[in-house]
Write a protein that binds this ligand. Structure first.
Ligand SMILES: NC(=O)C1=CN([C@@H]2O[C@H](COP(=O)(O)OP(=O)(O)OC[C@H]3O[C@@H](n4cnc5c(N)ncnc54)[C@H](OP(=O)(O)O)[C@@H]3O)[C@@H](O)[C@H]2O)C=CC1
Ligand SMILES: CC(C)(CO)C(=O)C(=O)O
Length: 224
């Protein structure tokens, strides 16, 4: 589910889970596992989802690239990973899930809002002069906030992020898909999270703020 639905969906699980049940959070953003733990009282395994997909119609999932999962380590993770691998889902376990969650968040901060506001797929985005500067600035701000939260991302993160448009040229961000479907976006949990944490920790995040506001304005326009 989307980050906007985490509490409602989590609460709906309360009373339906076995005492030993762990929950897997297959979501973008970095704070969903903690929010799910708070409402369910159950262990929650964070997962980072490396896939580009969309619902092209009822019962029709369109795959644009990727397909791997990285899940956080826990006593349950190996059994879960084996189950996922048996279903042909490439799954790895990491002791450093916070770093990977933040790296994915930086990726979402780079492209989701731009794809959503322009209604454009990733392929041609970097051809527009200045887009690389905006992406670089959004990623650098996210890295600064991650560092202030005690999380060091990989050194070549920006370089990897700049390769994504070539790797998933037809992908529209999940935020673009939300806007197109008239659904609330997750922007407050993506660029918005970086802005909130940045404000808390005294780190300036003007590019992420602008990207968040642009998506909020597009959402407002859709409602008019
Ligand atoms: N799409 C992509 O390419 C990628 C998405 N992600 C992340 O994965 C997560 C899910 O995204 P995605 O699958 O695209 O989202 P979708 O909007 O396609 O699907 C969300 C699903 O959650 C269900 N849902 C919503 N509220 C509840 C609830 N209270 N109880 C039970 N189910 C509920 C919805 O049901 P219903 O349809 O009935 O409303 C829907 O089936 C997000 O965090 C997203 O950022 C990560 C990587 C790539
Ligand atoms: C496609 C991808 C990986 C990058 O933006 C994504 O996570 C999303 O659209 O939310």
């Amino acid at each position: 589910m989307k980050s906007t639905d985490t509490e409602v969906a989590g609460r709906s699980l309360v009373g339906r889970l076995g005492r030993e049940t762990s929950i897997l959070s297959l979501q973008n953003g970095v704070d969903n596992p903690q929010r799910l733990r708070t409402v369910t009282g159950h262990p929650v395994l964070p997962a980072v989802v490396y896939v580009g997909s969309e619902m092209a119609g009822p019962g029709h999932v369109k795959h644009h690239g990727g397909g791997a999962l990285v899940i956080g380590s826990s006593p349950r993770s190996e059994a879960l990973a084996q189950m996922l691998r048996a279903a042909d889902i490439q799954t790895t376990i990491t002791d450093d899930i916070e770093r990977i969650l933040w790296s994915k968040l930086a990726t979402n901060c780079a492209y989701n809002a731009l794809s959503a506001v322009a209604g454009i797929s990733y392929g041609p985005m970097l051809d527009v002069e200045g887009t690389t500067d905006v992406v670089t600035s959004a990623v650098q701000e996210a890295i600064n906030v991650a560092r202030a939260c005690g999380v060091l991302v990989q050194e070549d993160l920006l370089e990897q992020i700049l390769k994504i448009p070539a790797a998933m040229p037809n992908q529209m961000s999940s935020t673009a898909q939300d806007l197109a479907r008239g659904k609330p976006s997750e922007i407050d949990f993506l660029n918005g999270y970086v802005v909130r944490k940045g404000a808390e920790l005294g780190i300036s995040t003007p590019t992420n703020r602008a990207l968040q506001v642009m998506v909020k304005l597009a959402e407002m326009k859709r409602k008019q």
